[in-house]
Design a protein around this ligand. Sequence first.
Ligand SMILES: Cc1cc2nc3c(=O)[nH]c(=O)nc-3n(C[C@H](O)[C@H](O)[C@H](O)COP(=O)(O)OP(=O)(O)OC[C@H]3O[C@@H](n4cnc5c(N)ncnc54)[C@H](O)[C@@H]3O)c2cc1C
Length: 495
Amino acid sequence: MKQAIVIGGGAAGLSAAASLSAKGWNVTLLEKTDRLGGGFRSVRLGSYHFDLGFFPVTMPWMIERVYREAGTFMDPTLTFQPLDVCSRHFFQDGTWLDVSADPDRMGRELEKLSPEDRREFLEYLNEVGRMYEAVEEHFLERPAGAWSDLLSVKAFKAWWSVHPFESADAFHRRYFDDPRLVAVLNRYAAGVGSSPFDVPATVSLISYLDMVQGACAVQGGHDVLIASMESLVRSRGVRIETSCPMEGLLVEEGRVTGVRAGGEVWKADAVLLAEDPGSGSVLPPEVTDALLDTPRISAFVMLLGVARTFPHLHHHNLFYQDLAGREYIELFDQREWPRSPVIYVGHPGFSEPDRAPEGKSALCVMVHVPAGMNDSGSDDLAFHREWLLDLLESGWGFLGLRESIEEEMILGPRELEELTGAPDGALYGPAAHGWRTFARLPARNRKVTGLYHAGPWVCPGGISLSAVSGLHAAHIMHRDAEEAGIEREAVKTGS
Ligand SMILES: Cc1cc2nc3c(=O)[nH]c(=O)nc-3n(C[C@H](O)[C@H](O)[C@H](O)COP(=O)(O)OP(=O)(O)OC[C@H]3O[C@@H](n4cnc5c(N)ncnc54)[C@H](O)[C@@H]3O)c2cc1C
């Protein structure tokens, strides 16, 4: 039986482990922190229940695929609750826009905000829908182990058709005049940890997921999904070791032979890295490549248990201080904490009232900041707490917020790293800037035989895409092992 080691117990690692074990591999999953789930998790403070999540979940059928590939049905206790409004966007002029997959509702929203742009909107949706289909067929459905796997005429045409050389911002401005609408669409770039000024228009297809397919929430919180995936993987015989960080990769004559982790040597035929190598990488430079120079973004997060309700909130809410997108320049070019950030406020109690006691709210407030920066520890966090509470109270309908806080947890990049295992608190891997967005790091490592990659470094864009990247990596590992077996057999028999 082939032995695989999977590094990282997030969605990508769990999906890969499930698929490999169903293909007959003996799988060991090593996780650095004391729990599984990585960035996808819930937090409880007193009687408040938060999800550490800043975007709705899209494409839940990708998660279903993990169960199918493991040879079973979707866990019947798991419910992906559709959101009638994927996200609510508030602007400084007092207007707001609800993004929804209901075409009539979306039409009414656009009519209210910008009637001229409503006509263009259908054309825009057709174009991003076409881009989505091209990406789905050539990059999401088919595992690409190496760049050569994408070198068919059809794949090239698909890649060319998704505007790889036009920025998302330029693409949106081609369709829309209203700066509020452009700011909302540009925001999808942040969902893959990127700037709309530098990420290719390809990323706009994520708006298609929200606006056509719709988004959802995991009923009961993110931990429910991770617990279900964990029991799936355990039921398939995968050995899971938590608090077991990989310390180094073992390579002999260009082939991986195992890893050093938790002070021990673990031997394997193949190793899958389903984690963000990050800045303090234990991997050789040839493995991490130039991607480590690319900016990565993290967050400043306040989980607030508040003894009041805020009727203007939906489940996912965004507050725009500035429509010109200065935040992206500050984050990606100047690598500073932004002065006019888009503020995200998650309010899961909108969909599940039992997330907070009656008449109270569990709010997850977040702004993006560069990864790896807590300038001066807790003083810095306290300063930013005051700044963000001032912004919310003064302009966005949160009067009395500060005095109503009953429970709170404040997290900068360093605290997020401790909680989620993401190096430097980076939420999404390196920024997807440039034309390689949807296949940044091929799943099969080019330099080290038997070494594979999954997760945000391979395929940015949230939990479902991470799960798919884990499945793809598992397919490629299995295919490579089978082909190597056939070659060995041929050498033995001399055929
Ligand atoms: C705070 C936060 C909020 C997010 N919000 C959302 C959201 O709302 N919606 C959404 O779709 N996506 C969200 N994301 C992104 C989402 O978490 C990811 O897209 C997805 O969960 C990534 O899964 P993954 O398995 O690829 O990586 P991760 O979840 O990062 O998992 C990687 C795992 O590898 C482990 N690891 C790292 N280094 C080592 C090592 N040396 N040895 C062993 N183990 C190691 C880590 O501890 C971690 O458990 C968020 C991410 C974060 C961090």
